[in-house]
Each structure stands twice: as C-alpha cells, then as structure tokens.
Design a protein. Structure first.
Length: 98
C-alpha cells in the first residue's frame, strides 16, 4: 500500500474554510478506485495543524489522485490558507495488507 502523510499548517483565520474545502476533497477521494483510506486528522493542541492520511493501492493510484478535479479544486482553494508549505511524507503501508 502506498501511503502519504500530508502535514498541513494553516492560518488561524482560515480554519473553517480549510475544513470545508478538505471535507469536499475527502468525500470525493474516498470514492476513487485505488483509495483505501483518506483520513483528515486535526491536532487537538493546535487546531491549525492537520495530517491528511492518504492510502492508495499503488503509487500510480496516488498519482492519479493528483489528476482529479476534486484534488485540483482543493489545492487551489487552500493555497492561500497555508501558514507554511504543506509537506508530504511517503510511507509504505505494511498492515493492514492491501
């Protein structure tokens, strides 16, 4: 399984707008054929920090995600909300398998 942990830090005044844009991206992403998980995690001690846990069957499926209209809409909508550039950390998903 191909997993990316996307670390996101947003501006405090963008919290509600970021969550709304991310919910829409999540809803479409979980319907992608190669998607296994698309979790949106918020830091309880700093609500402006998020991790997007994106798990796909393959690297090709993850790359296809970035070509979807919903990803492009999310990327463009949240670009100016970032307090710093987001960071994606690639991981190999071992368990659960598949």
């Amino acid at each position: 399984m191909h997993v990316t942990l996307v670390h996101v830090h947003i501006k405090p005044d963008c919290l509600e707008a970021f969550i709304a844009a991310t919910v829409a991206n999540h809803a479409a992403s979980v319907r992608e054929p190669g998607n296994r998980r698309f979790d949106v995690l918020q830091n309880p001690d700093d609500p402006t920090r998020f991790i997007l846990y994106e798990a796909y069957v393959s690297a090709e499926d993850a790359a296809a995600h970035k070509g979807t209209p919903h990803y492009a809409a999310w990327r463009d909508a949240v670009a100016d909300m970032m307090a710093e550039p987001r960071v994606g950390v690639l991981m190999n998903g071992l368990y659960p398998e598949g």
